[in-house]
Structures are given as structure tokens and as C-alpha cells.
Design a protein around this ligand. Structure first.
Ligand code: C2E
Ligand code: CA
Ligand code: CA
Length: 759
């Protein structure tokens, strides 16, 4: 099948090339002026039939390749129109070259005329469907403008003279008038095709259109000559007709090959559709102007000048209104920035631009931090003021040629162009962060918001504007995660889906490493427990801290297998120490559980399996939960924690005192240990308020008979202060930093040598 098709294509290609060569040879011969008049007519007339046969056959072939029913129907009509041409040219060859008949209109002329209705229908079919009523009206108006000026030209050249010709027979007059009317129809249909923007029709239609234009020119020329001195075969109109025929051939050939380059065609048509009506008006006035000069400037000259001026003014007014409409349609009313539509258009333009060194582009997404808070606290007018202020800040930083737009809500986009290098985008983002920090005056208030900005720089890997937007968005979220009020530049690593896959792979691949940080008894310095803290030994980026990946793992759920892995590895490691570090059989192990893990119904089974598997005793295991989980516990979670506790496992509340201040839950929940967050510990020596909180927490812990662990102790002062308050245990760089298993075992050994094992 395919090979037969290929063969057909090759034959067709050969024939088209041969036709082109023949035509070129003919043109050289014609321009060279060789041969007498008879030979000329003979040769000229003889070229048409094979050419017409070729384009007719190609058009029949092309019918099959139409993408949809409408295109196939259009090409069926084109094939019919071409068949009329074939009959016409063949009979003309017989009449003119062989019989030397001079009847006008000739038999062939009727077939030439028959070509018109078929082609008319075909062109209208190709023009496709207009979607909206407004589109239809606009199209009709534009096509009529072109039609009206064409009518003026035809009237002046052909139709008018026919009416005043003496001694012409009826059929002669009818035919002479029918030909330009037919041409007028073709021009109208053609204008519709050219003005239409909706569907991309591609190269074949453009070639066909060019062919029809050439044909119409030849027809008018022919009609004109016929009226004045009488047409002889092998003269100028023939050159146009031949050219038209070849364009038809090419059109049908391209359609067979289905090599339509839709995008280019769409762009081309857009250009045509804007100038075509104006070009037609200019043509009509040009004609009038010439006439006025021929007939004397009075009375018509001044009137024509006035009419030209009036038309020009109306056109200018219309263009102005169009621009105003467009400006309204693409501006965000609140901020005056571009709206989402315009940003989208600019992104499409950006996608089409070639990449050039030294002229970089970048897309920034700007999202205000805690904007909702402003809206909720001070009302929508305050929110609007903040948005306008943000828009002003954006405007103050970007340059002409860049685009700043509001995507909706408190989200903005900036498209930067012509950057000298990729780093400039980051510098501009930095300036934007600063500019957006400027508070907005609202009544007697100063409203301060910050923004998080994501930057995506255009390069070989990412050319497409929409994709840049997505990347900028990803980067923006990473800026938010990193603490807001800052910018982040997109890197492939940021893509959460890719990163999630990478992380899951790392979990399976053993790239996660467990570090241990000892927690000591504040009174005696004895190591009471070690906390397992995960690290990712990334093959390219080195040792990554939990801050780099836990939040994402939490989002995607990868934290569940991650936590399981950490628990297993940590248990195994600590069990191993029993044989190498005497006394370590007393040390407890604290492992962090993410909220996501606590929600898993399988949690209890997983933990108990790991304990069985590793031989780690339950009573030495502590599971650390964050306050968030504890604040709104559902019954299933509480039941799960109770079960763990029943196994002998202790439950600790991590980061205690941050975020939520409801202490009442402690009474209701199965909790054994409180870990005071580092933020209170840091200020303990010199900040009375922090000291008060720490004291309160310690006392609270004692009241509930819980163990209290202070986190993040960095100085001896802090350690002493906490001990004085009655805090039992401490953890922090002052005692030990987190370290790998081997170093932790060594630290234990040293500590036991020094303090003893506590037995
Ligand atoms: P966290 O549970 O509050 O762990 C204590 C964090 O404070 C650790 O950070 C530790 O290195 C750090 N730290 C300890 N002492 C000091 C000190 O004296 N000064 C300062 N500035 N920092 C100190 P790290 O290892 O980066 O872990 C950060 C957080 O990541 C942990 O906070 C925990 O919430 C989470 N995380 C760590 N490992 C795991 C894990 O295996 N599973 C889960 N779900 N989360 C984990
Ligand atoms: Ca912890
Ligand atoms: Ca903590």
C-alpha cells in the first residue's frame, strides 16, 4: 500500500517538475521572440492541455487526502472546476491552433465560464465556518469592500465599454459581461478565503488563491483586448493563464502531499486580512484619481480628494476604536497591568522567538505572602490597595519591552526580555522582592506584605512560554517553602514530581543515611537517648538536610516509606552497638514520625514488624510527633497511639510551644515526653519572656508527670538555666551535634567511659 502511494507521489512530483521545466522553456522562447505568430499560437495553445490534464489528475488525487469532509468536498469542486479547464483548453487548442476559428465567444469560452461556479463554491468551502455572528458580519463587510472596488475596476475596463460597444452580437455582449461578473464572484470568494483567520488552510490554498488571482487578471486583460482589437492566441494574457495553470498544478500537488504548513499560513493570512480591505479601497481611489486626471480636475477632482480624506479619517477612527477595545480587553481593571489573556499572548510570542545568546528571557511569578490575612483583617479595599501597590512596585522595576501582568488574585507574572545574561533575571527578582516590601499606605495604616517570586530562565531545555510559567510556579512554591519573602530560580530538581521520583528511588537505593544526636540528662550529662535524624546522601548534590526534602516528601507521601526506612535502619544500628559499645543496651532511641505516617492505619503493624525484625526492644523506642497531629486528633489516631503505648513505646511531642498554644490536649492524649522547641531555649539566658515560657512548659511537664527535653541547647548558660528550672533532659550542639552511626557509637563509648553507664 505505502509503496504504491510512494510511487504515485514520485510520479506526480516528476510530472510537476517536468511541467515547470516546460513552462520555463516556453517563457524563454516567448521572451526571446522566436517563431512567427502562427507557431506561437500553436505552441502556446499546445501547452495548456497537458498542463490542465496534470492539474486535473492531481486534484482528483487530492480529494482523498482532505483532512475532513469539508476539505474533501472543496477539492471535489476544485477537481470539477479543473476538469472544465481541461475541456476548455483542449477545445481551444482545436479551435484556435488547428481550425483557426475566430468565433467569439467560442465553444471553449463557455467551458472557461463553467469553471467559475465550481471554483466559487470550492473557495467558499475552503474558507471554512465562521464561529460567531460578529465574525461573519465583519468578514462579509471586508469581502464586500474588496468586491466593490473590484467591481469599479471591472466596470471601467470591461463592463462599461461593453454597454457602449456598437455592433456587438447579443451572445458576445452576454459572454463579455458574464466573464467579468464571474471574475467578480471569484474575487469575492477569494477575499473570503484570504480574510478568514480561523482555520489554518496551508500552502495548497495559498497557491490556489494565487492561481485564481492570476487567472482573473488574465481574464480581465483578455476581455479588454477582445473588446478593442480582438484576442490572438499566444499573446500576453496567455502568459498569465499559463502561470495560473502552473499555480493550480502546484496547489493540487501540495494538497496531495498534504504538506500544508498550517502555522505559517495562519500568520500569513493574518497579515493579508488586515491590509486587504484597505488595499482594495486604495485601488479604487487610485482608479478614480487617474480618471479625474484624464477628464480634468473639475468637477470630480476635489470630490475625489474629499472622499479619499473622509475614508481615511473613518479608517483611522475605526483603528483607534479597535485599539481601545483591545486595550480594555487585555488590561486588568484594578492594577492597570496586563491581564491573563495578554500575558498568555506574550508567552506565545515568546515561544516563537529564536534563542539568541546575549538576549535572554525569563518568566517570573510573583505571589504575595499572607495576602489573605490583609483581606480578612482590613477588608477588600485594603486588599485592593495592596494589589495596586504591588503593581506599582512591579512597574518601578521592569523596563519598557517587559510585560507585567496580574494572573488573578494576588498572583502576578512578569516576562523579562532582552536580558544580557541569565543572572540578570535573578537580580531583577531580588530588586522586585525589595520593591514589594515597601508598605502601602491605607487610611491611617501602613500595610506591609512581602512576596515570593519564582524565576524561570528561557534556555535550550525550556523554550516554551507556558512551560516557563509552570517552572516559575514551581520555583515560586519553593521560595514559599523556604520561608517566603524571597525569590527562587527554577532548577529541574525543584520539580516536585521529578524530585519525588528521585527521592523514592533514593529510599529504595539506600541513599538515605541516619544520623544520631544524643540527648543528655541535664543534671549529670549521661546520654539518655539518641534522636535519629535523616540525611540524604545525594549522588550529585552531596549530603542533604531534612529541610531540603522532608516538606516535599510530606506533600507527596514519600515520607511514609522514608520514615519506615529510617526507623528500621536506626533500630538496626542501635542494636548493633550493643555488641561494640558496652552499656549502650540502655540507650533509648527517638525517631521522628511525620503527620502523614500517623494517619496510616498500618502504622502499628509496621512499627511492630520492624521491632521484631531488628530485635529492638519496644520500651527503648520513643516516637516523636509534632504538635499539629496532637491538636486535632481523630479517634483512630488516638487509638493507634494508645496501641503503640501499650506495646511499651513512648510518645513525645516535638517542637512543643510552636504554632499551637492549646495545652489542654496534653491531658487527653497518651504523651510521655515534651520537647521544648529551640526557639524558647535560645532566648532563655537574656529574654525574660522566653524564659517564662520555658519555665511554664517545664512546670507543665512536671505537673503531667512527663519527661521534659529542651532542644537546641547551644551554650553552657542555657544548659545551666534549664537545669535550674528543673528541666530533666537536653539536646543540642552544646552537647553533641548529629553524627553518623559510627561517630555516635564512638561518642557513646567515650561518654560511658567518663560518666559510666548509669547502672
Ligand atoms: P527536629 O525533630 O526538631 O530535629 C532537631 C533539629 O534541630 C535537627 O535538624 C538538629 O540537627 C537540629 N539541632 C539540634 N541541636 C541543635 C542546636 O543546638 N542548634 C541548632 N541550631 N540546631 C540544632 P535536622 O537534622 O536538620 O532536622 C530537621 C527536622 O527534620 C527535624 O526537626 C525533623 O522535624 C525533621 N526530620 C529529621 N529526620 C526525620 C525523619 O527521619 N523523619 C521525619 N518525619 N522527619 C525528620
Ligand atoms: Ca525531633
Ligand atoms: Ca524539634
Amino acid at each position: 500500500m505505502t509503496s504504491r502511494r510512494d510511487l504515485g507521489d514520485r510520479v506526480a512530483g516528476g510530472a510537476v517538475a517536468a511541467g515547470g521545466a516546460l513552462l520555463a522553456a516556453y517563457l524563454i522562447w516567448y521572451v526571446g521572440g522566436w517563431g512567427g505568430e502562427t507557431l506561437r499560437a500553436y505552441v502556446t495553445d499546445g501547452i495548456y492541455p497537458p498542463l490542465a490534464l496534470l492539474f486535473t489528475v492531481l486534484a482528483v488525487r487530492a480529494v482523498r487526502t482532505g483532512a475532513d469532509a469539508r476539505t474533501r468536498a472543496a477539492w471535489s469542486f476544485i477537481a470539477l472546476a479543473f476538469a472544465c479547464q481541461l475541456v476548455a483548453h483542449t477545445s481551444w487548442f482545436v479551435e484556435d491552433a488547428i481550425l483557426h476559428s475566430t468565433t467569439y465567444p467560442s465553444f471553449a469560452d463557455y467551458w472557461f465560464l463553467a469553471f467559475v461556479p465550481f471554483m466559487f463554491v470550492a473557495l467558499l468551502l475552503l474558507a471554512g465556518v465562521r464561529r460567531t455572528r460578529r465574525d461573519k458580519i465583519k468578514l462579509a463587510l471586508d469581502a464586500l469592500i474588496v468586491g466593490a472596488s473590484t467591481f469599479m475596476v471591472l466596470w471601467y475596463l470591461v463592463l462599461g465599454p461593453i454597454l457602449v460597444t456598437d455592433g456587438a452580437g447579443l451572445s458576445e455582449i452576454v459572454y463579455s459581461a458574464a466573464l467579468p461578473v464571474g471574475d467578480l464572484l471569484l474575487v469575492l470568494a477569494l477575499a473570503t478565503v484570504l480574510l478568514r483567520r480561523a482555520t489554518a488552510a496551508g500552502t495548497p490554498v495559498r497557491l490556489l488563491a494565487a492561481g485564481v488571482v492570476t487567472y482573473v487578471i488574465a481574464d480581465v486583460y483578455y476581455g479588454y483586448i477582445q473588446l478593442h482589437e480582438g484576442f490572438v492566441g499566444g499573446t500576453w494574457p496567455d502568459l498569465f493563464w499559463l502561470l495560473g495553470c502552473y499555480l493550480f498544478t502546484l496547489a493540487a500537488y501540495r494538497q496531495c502531499r498534504r504538506a500544508g504548513d498550517g502555522d505559517a499560513a495562519a500568520r500569513h493570512r493574518r497579515a493579508v486580512s488586515t491590509w486587504l480591505p484597505y488595499g482594495a479601497i486604495a485601488l479604487a481611489y487610485g482608479l478614480l484619481g487617474t480618471l479625474a486626471r484624464e477628464q480634468g480636475m473639475y468637477p470630480f477632482g476635489g470630490m475625489i480628494i474629499g472622499a479619499v480624506l473622509l475614508t481615511g479619517l473613518v479608517v483611522a477612527r475605526q483603528m483607534y476604536a479597535l485599539r481601545e477595545n483591545r486595550d480594555l480587553a487585555v488590561t486588568d481593571p484594578l492594577t492597570g497591568l496586563a491581564n491573563r489573556t495578554l500575558v498568555g499572548e506574550r508567552l506565545i510570542q515568546l515561544s516563537a522567538q529564536p534563542l539568541r545568546a546575549g538576549r535572554h528571557a525569563a518568566v517570573l511569578i510573583v505571589d504575595l505572602d499572607h495576602f489573605k490575612r490583609v483581606n480578612d483583617t482590613y477588608g477588600h479595599d485594603a486588599g485592593d490597595a495592596v494589589l495596586s501597590g504591588a503593581a506599582a512596585a512591579l512597574r518601578s522595576v521592569i523596563r519598557a519591552g517587559d510585560t507585567a501582568g496580574r494572573l488573578g488574585g494576588d498572583e502576578f507574572a512578569v516576562i523579562l526580555q532582552n536580558l544580557p545574561d541569565a543572572d540578570t533575571a535573578a537580580r531583577i527578582a531580588e530588586r522586585l522582592v525589595e520593591a514589594l516590601r515597601t508598605p502601602v499606605i491605607f487610611g491611617d495604616r501602613l500595610l506591609a506584605v512581602e512576596a515570593s517570586i519564582g524565576v524561570a530562565v528561557r534556555d535550550e531545555r525550556t523554550v516554551d512560554g507556558e512551560e516557563l510559567m509552570r517552572h516559575a510556579d514551581t520555583a515560586m512554591y519553593s521560595a514559599k517553602r523556604a520561608g517566603r519573602g524571597r525569590y527562587a530560580v527554577y532548577q529541574p530538581e525543584l520539580d516536585s514530581r521529578a524530585r519525588d521520583a528521585e527521592l523514592r528511588h533514593a529510599i529504595d537505593n539506600g541513599e538515605l543515611v541516619v544520623f544520631f544526636q544524643p540527648a543528655v540528662e541535664l543534671g549529670g550529662g549521661r546520654i539518655e537517648a539518641v534522636e535519629a535524624l535523616v540525611r540524604w546522601n545525594h549522588p550529585e548534590r552531596g549530603l542533604l538536610m531534612p529541610g531540603d526534602f522532608i516538606a516535599l516528601a510530606e506533600e507527596t507521601g514519600a515520607v511514609v516509606p522514608l520514615g519506615e526506612r529510617v526507623l528500621r535502619d536506626a533500630c538496626r544500628e542501635v542494636v548493633r552497638w550493643q555488641s561494640t559499645v558496652p552499656g549502650s543496651e540502655h540507650v533509648r532511641l527517638s525517631v521522628n514520625l511525620s503527620p502523614n505516617q500517623v494517619l496510616q492505619p498500618e502504622l502499628v503493624d509496621t512499627v511492630s514488624n520492624i521491632l521484631d525484625e531488628t530485635g529492638f526492644p519496644a520500651h527503648r523506642l520513643i516516637l516523636e510527633l509534632t504538635e499539629g497531629v496532637m491538636l486535632e486528633p481523630d479517634a483512630a489516631v488516638v487509638a493507634r497511639l494508645e496501641k503503640l503505648r501499650a506495646m511499651g513505646i513512648s510518645i513525645a511531642v516535638d517542637d512543643f510551644g510552636t504554632g499551637y498554644s492549646a495545652l489542654t490536649y496534653l491531658r487527653r492524649l497518651p504523651v510521655d515526653i515534651l520537647k521544648i522547641d529551640r526557639s524558647f531555649v535560645t532566648g532563655i539566658a537574656d529574654d525574660p519572656e522566653a524564659r517564662t515560657v520555658a519555665e511554664a512548659v517545664v512546670r507543665l511537664g512536671m505537673a503531667f508527670r512527663m519527661n521534659v527535653v529542651a532542644e537546641g541547647i547551644e551554650t553552657a548558660d542555657q544548659a545551666r538555666g534549664l537545669a535550674a528550672m528543673g528541666c530533666g533532659f537536653g539536646q543540642g550542639f552544646h552537647f553533641y551535634r548529629p553524627m553518623d552511626g559510627e561517630a555516635a557509637a564512638e561518642a557513646l563509648r567515650t561518654a560511658y567511659d567518663f560518666y559510666g553507664t548509669g547502672d
